[in-house]
Design a protein around this ligand. Structure first.
Ligand SMILES: [Zn+2]
Length: 560
């Protein structure tokens, strides 16, 4: 078997599933809270079990990847950009909160689930979505809820072992920030302790629909549960028939492990500390629900770079859809497949994306010629296909940095783009062959490259600069200009721009020479060209730039 982390977890999960429930489909799980835009960092919560589930399927086992939508969690906070009047909904289930204004979706949770589900489909992630609202509302967990209430003293005692271990004030992460970054909406949730005793079930108020309720008594015989609400409402319900409430997170999670028979479910760094939901849940699932804790590796933080200047239209939160707008699904999958869950990495929206794409193209070449290492081959296979689909890819791959710089210079003009790109690859028959990579690069340039890094070709010559030039500099510009026609191709212009300083040094245009003096002269010459063409010291590769600008305009700007 392949020597990568995915294969090793698959071995472990298959063996464990055979011990627990031989012959049954293997269950891997993820959980997401649609409390706002789902952060790109949370994609690891889904990709880790996805890759393991996919490997299990590749080996011919039946495997289900369940994605639990924690849409019955309370609405905690109105995100930036949403009307403050949504404050009145704080404390209601996410599925009872109206969607942001203008949304086509029936409620808050659906509004934020939809783009995540679309991104997962594009990434080739197969999953069975489970709405926790539907599960609780249908009474699916009734037995488990009654069991937890019956065993409330035992649960309280288990929780208490960890409560005493946790250092007071140890949790320094802001609740909302933690909630945004972890896989479920667990942060800051109370564990069921209250002045009137410990109750692991929390009803949503039947009058105001918020969870500002306190259970005041519970009768094990009749299942009569009395609660009061901050709104002033008080009532007694029969828990055996009640469906508008849920178990507190630390009990809810292990209950679901047991209910679904989950064998693999990773969790974020903050779930795995002593006293965390994962650790406490392990004891609760064994001692209360008679189940077993899943194999649950901790996954490290996924960082994002280059989003600082992003507009706050979406609350400034980078989502998987944002990443897919600048990179192809296979590349994004690869970022997750090639790093073990405990290794952190970054998804780059800045210049670094070009280097990432170069690395990806280098790997593709090694795969094609058979020189890739086994672990790299495995990561590549997981990135480009699943047990059931092969992800679509760009038929003709030009380097992302080339596409980006051409998009930058041509500002998207299709005819000009095609003309220049044909200089890189004469066999290009049309731009469609270069898509979707070309579209991603174009979108990256127009959306994420800061204005001061964009290329702006001068309209008029910089006469002030031209007037200061000495004879040698004027001569270099004249040499370039005179030879443009004979070298009007990517290769030709490459030879020419490096060659002009050679001619000036008394060498042949295409002489093989690389003395420090010559290199310095070339750098100086390039800087002069950039200043005259784009008013900066650097820019896209000169041959590309010259082709994009066109001969006539080049001559005009060089004053030749
Ligand atoms: Zn109320």
């Amino acid at each position: 078997m392949d020597a990568d982390w995915v294969a090793r977890f698959a071995d472990e999960v298959i063996a464990e599933a055979e011990r627990r429930a031989p012959g049954k489909p293997i269950v891997c799980a993820s959980g997401l809270s649609p409390s706002g835009p789902i952060h790109l960092g949370n994609l690891r919560e889904v990709m880790t079990p996805h890759l393991v589930a996919d490997e299990i399927r590749r080996r011919g086992h039946e495997c289900v990847h369940i994605l639990s939508w924690d849409d019955f969690d309370r609405f905690r906070k109105v995100p930036a950009g949403v009307d403050p009047s949504w404050n009145e909904h704080i404390g209601k289930p996410l599925t009872s909160v109206p969607a942001p204004a203008g949304s086509p979706y029936p409620n808050w949770a659906e509004h934020f689930k939809a783009p995540m589900a679309a991104a997962l489909a594009e990434l080739g992630v197969e999953f069975r979505g489970i709405s926790q609202t539907e599960m609780y509302a249908s009474g699916a967990y009734r037995e488990q809820v009654l069991l937890a209430m019956r065993e409330r003293r035992k649960i309280d005692a288990i929780l208490d072992q960890y409560r005493t271990k946790a250092k007071p004030g140890a949790k320094t992460v802001d609740d909302d920030e933690a909630a945004a970054l972890e896989g479920s909406g667990a942060a800051g949730e109370d564990d069921g302790s209250g002045v009137g005793g410990y109750y692991p079930y929390k009803p949503y108020c039947s009058v105001c629909d918020r969870d500002l309720t306190t259970v005041t008594s519970y009768d094990d015989e009749t299942t009569a549960l009395a609660y009061t609400c901050a709104c002033g409402h008080a009532e007694t319900v029969i828990l055996a028939e009640h469906t508008h409430g849920k178990l507190v997170w630390k009990v809810d999670w292990p209950m679901r492990w047991s209910f679904e028979g989950v064998v693999f479910e990773p969790s974020g760094v903050d779930h795995s500390s002593p006293g965390s939901s994962f650790v406490v849940g392990g004891q609760i699932v064994r001692e209360i629900f008679g189940g077993a804790q899943p194999i649950g590796p901790m996954y490290a933080f996924v960082g994002i770079s280059g989003m600082a200047k992003m507009s706050s239209s979406k609350g400034g939160v980078p989502t998987p859809a944002d990443a897919l707008s600048i990179m192809e699904p296979a590349l994004l999958r690869w970022l997750y497949a090639r790093r073990r869950p405990n290794q952190s990495f970054k998804v780059s929206f800045d210049q670094e994306i070009q280097r990432m794409y170069d690395e990806w193209d280098t790997l593709s070449k090694k795969i094609a010629d058979g020189s890739a290492l086994p672990a790299d081959q495995a990561a590549y296979r997981r990135a480009t296909s699943t047990a059931s689909v092969t992800l679509s890819e760009t038929p003709r791959r030009l380097p992302y940095r080339t596409l980006a710089s051409v998009a930058d210079i041509t500002t998207g003009d299709e005819e000009q783009t095609l003309r220049i790109l044909r200089e890189f690859d004469h066999e290009i028959s049309g731009l469609d062959e270069l898509r979707p990579r070309l579209d991603r690069a174009q979108y990256w340039v127009t959306t994420y490259v800061p204005a001061e890094e964009r290329t702006q070709v001068r309209e008029e010559p910089d006469t002030e600069l031209l007037d200061t030039l000495g004879n040698a500099e004027r001569e270099s510009l004249r040499l370039l200009s005179d030879n443009l026609d004979a070298h009007w191709s990517l290769d030709g212009l490459t030879t020419l721009v490096y060659g002009v300083p050679k001619i000036q040094a008394g060498l042949d245009l295409s002489a093989k020479a690389a003395t420090p003096e010559l290199k310095a002269a070339q750098r100086t010459f390039f800087a002069l060209l950039y200043r005259l063409l784009v008013s900066r010291e650097t820019g896209p590769r000169l041959p590309t730039l010259l082709l994009a600008v066109g001969r006539d305009r080049v001559r005009k700007l060089l004053g030749t």
